[in-house]
Design a binder for this molecule. Sequence first.
Ligand SMILES: Cc1cc2nc3c(=O)[nH]c(=O)nc-3n(C[C@H](O)[C@H](O)[C@H](O)COP(=O)(O)OP(=O)(O)OC[C@H]3O[C@@H](n4cnc5c(N)ncnc54)[C@H](O)[C@@H]3O)c2cc1C
Length: 492
Amino acid sequence: MTSDLEKQGRTADQSVDRRSVMKFGAAAAGAVALASCAKENPGRETREGGGKGGPYDVAVIGAGYAGITAARDLAAKGWRVVVLEARPRIGGRTFTSEFLGRKIELGGSSVHWVQPHVFAEMQRYGFGFHEVPLYDLDASYIMTSDGKVHDVAPAAFDALYNDAFNKFGANSRTLFPQPYAPFTNPDVLKGDGVSAAAHIATLGLDPLQKAALNAELVLYAGAPTEAFSYTSFVKLLALASWDSYTFTDSEKHWHIANGGTAALAKAILDDSKADVQLGTVVKEVEQNAKGVTLRTADGQTVEARAAVFTLPTKVYPDIVFKPGLSAAKRAFIDNAEMCDGATMYMRVKKNLGNTFTFCDDPNPLNAIQTEEFNDDIGTILKATLGRQSLIDMNDHDAVTAELRKIHPGVEVTDTAPYNWVKDPFSKQAWPSYKAGWFQKYKDMATAEDRLFFAGAATADGWHSYIDGAVESGIRACREVTQKLAKEDATNG
Ligand SMILES: Cc1cc2nc3c(=O)[nH]c(=O)nc-3n(C[C@H](O)[C@H](O)[C@H](O)COP(=O)(O)OP(=O)(O)OC[C@H]3O[C@@H](n4cnc5c(N)ncnc54)[C@H](O)[C@@H]3O)c2cc1C
């Protein structure tokens, strides 16, 4: 089943300034210099960025955070840029929507000042932080893998979880003295083949610690932790100054205020001189010595001197590359990622107070956090699932049954799920590396002549995050600029 929100995520244009968007057709004919437009595509919309128009130096494929960052920065360098985005909205795997009159984030949501790239964008455009409840819990629970729920007093919950987490990441500073150069210590490469589950097994944790920690790691893995690269997660802790408190604060406590991820994405795009085409699915790319030709699902041909691909890793097989991508890149695309995750919001009638629950795999709602609670609304809960395929998030009864294991008798009145795995333009949730594949992420990031590759999974730093997407867009701009500037210098 597909929820209304899921349809909206694939079809709604709720992020780009309507004044600057024109339907491709009579009003906009010729406004964007595209090589041809063989078939009518009512879903396609174009925006003139106020730059130089075509012919284009660079085509950016994808208008998630990586794509819009790359496009803005490339256009600011003076290159002629067009963004081709499959969905009729920008933002990619971030998606600000509405639930019971409130803004909710169904994709990437939490941001933090220890994430330098996204924080810089927030500073640049004047966005602050919106706090969600995390501390001062009224109640906390741990569901072990057998489905048994343990009511653990918040102070004890904090103590046992922090102890487990600190043991898991005890060597984060030694392994990652410079997290942005993640392989400085060769032990990282050796540890990459070790799964998170195997590492947990060495820590001597008690059953509740194990359950809470494994629930957290299933989330990051988007898969059973037996498959998850242990060191790739420890790098994230290192990025939070090797400090578990800061790490937890960075992942669960702060959202973007004043319109959320959609508003920040819009601010970035509005500051860009790139032309933008929404509803434009790239199907084929051909490069030769002179340039790149992109063919779209609606029969358009777009020419550019270079292209920046920013797609979720699992989407690449849907595009025909001529010539084919390198063997190393194909291996990464086929093997490296696995994230079956999702986020969903639920409202229950009762005011449950400020609660937090970890549910260990294979229980599906791995982390359940109170977002809002009072006697009028009851409680709004946000669940993060590492393995959404364990439950049908649109099955109200199934979701209610899961919540009743923790809060007996609760009445769930509304739910808001989003299935990123079933969405053809993501096919996965956040980036996560399988054991043994973290060390290969540069294969995905490496340019192949006129084709450049960005996207959160290619980031040196916060690769499961919005921050990693922005970082990768900055890098892609630098690489493309070097290539085209050198070419221009050679050609006089
Ligand atoms: C449920 C969920 C929760 C998350 N939680 C957090 C969090 O709390 N904090 C955080 O920082 N990060 C979080 N993330 C991760 C974060 O959202 C991503 O890492 C980041 O948004 C990825 O950006 P990107 O630009 O690399 O890729 P994307 O956002 O996926 O952008 C790629 C774009 O390419 C487009 N595209 C795909 N195929 C084609 C095609 N053929 N032609 C043209 N365009 C195409 C897509 O429509 C998309 O817009 C979460 C992600 C999910 C899904």
